[in-house]
Write a protein that binds this ligand. Sequence first.
Ligand SMILES: Cc1cc2nc3c(=O)[nH]c(=O)nc-3n(C[C@H](O)[C@H](O)[C@H](O)COP(=O)(O)OP(=O)(O)OC[C@H]3O[C@@H](n4cnc5c(N)ncnc54)[C@H](O)[C@@H]3O)c2cc1C
Ligand code: FES
Length: 255
Amino acid sequence: MAKTFNAEILSNEEVAEKIFRLTVDAPELAEISRAGQFVQVKISDEFTLRRPLGIASTANGKIKIFYRSVGRGTEKLSARRAGENLNILGALGNGYTPRDGKILLVGGGMGLAPLLCAAEQFSADILIGGRTKDEVIFWQEEFRPHVEKISVTTDDGSYAKKGFVIDLLPEILSTRNYSAIYTCGPEIMMRGVAKFAAEKNLPCEVSFEKRMACGLGACLSCSIDTSDGRRKVCKDGPIFDARKVFDYAYDNQKN
Ligand SMILES: Cc1cc2nc3c(=O)[nH]c(=O)nc-3n(C[C@H](O)[C@H](O)[C@H](O)COP(=O)(O)OP(=O)(O)OC[C@H]3O[C@@H](n4cnc5c(N)ncnc54)[C@H](O)[C@@H]3O)c2cc1C
Ligand code: FES
């Protein structure tokens, strides 16, 4: 059951250009949150709509969030300071499915945030994709304590393998038997990942982003089409079975 919390900000620091790590003290919320779920943050009284942000960690009674400053709301959030209170609604959405075996997490950009929580809660390896060295180094440090194997690609080749996560995926999948792939990031990346998973007959769960208003399933602003009909990303998602949201995946299943 989602509730609102007035959580004290413990830190809110820039970890790469325009990317911030926000940590708040929220033991009750941390206790009920599952990997893949998100919160709606009240930026300030100037903003009617809350902003949805993924839960990246629930360790030690604290909620960690990573966000990119892309507009008015996130810019204002980046000015909030330790010691202030932040009003948070959560935990929202369904979350990734807990499952046995080793899970391969594949994330790009800010999509790595909910996967960090999955790495905390499940046995997993991580494939990190980012544009530049600066955008992947801090993720690597965040994931290190929680996973056995870390693989990294950068679009510009400034760190690790040059290219996209999709370029490394066949090699990674050939080295180990994973029980599933969980992915979050740009839709084009998730489609590519889901295609590989379908070919390997591996369960694949994807995290969807839609602009949201209520975040509670009441306003229909976040609906998407799935093979089960119209679904609300905020309530029925944000995590979906890839075969139900990407046409080719269930087209392949029918063949
Ligand atoms: C379930 C969910 C989880 C999310 N988790 C994270 C996260 O962990 N870290 C993070 O940095 N961002 C995350 N986002 C995106 C984040 O909510 C938006 O970037 C934020 O709301 C922008 O607010 P703003 O006021 O700064 O931008 P606005 O001024 O409202 O918009 C600025 C730009 O951001 C784009 N934008 C706004 N909302 C969204 C959205 N929902 N999805 C994609 N683009 C958007 C707009 O199209 C516009 O180009 C998530 C979104 C959803 C739906
Ligand atoms: S944001 Fe209102 S129904 Fe999803």
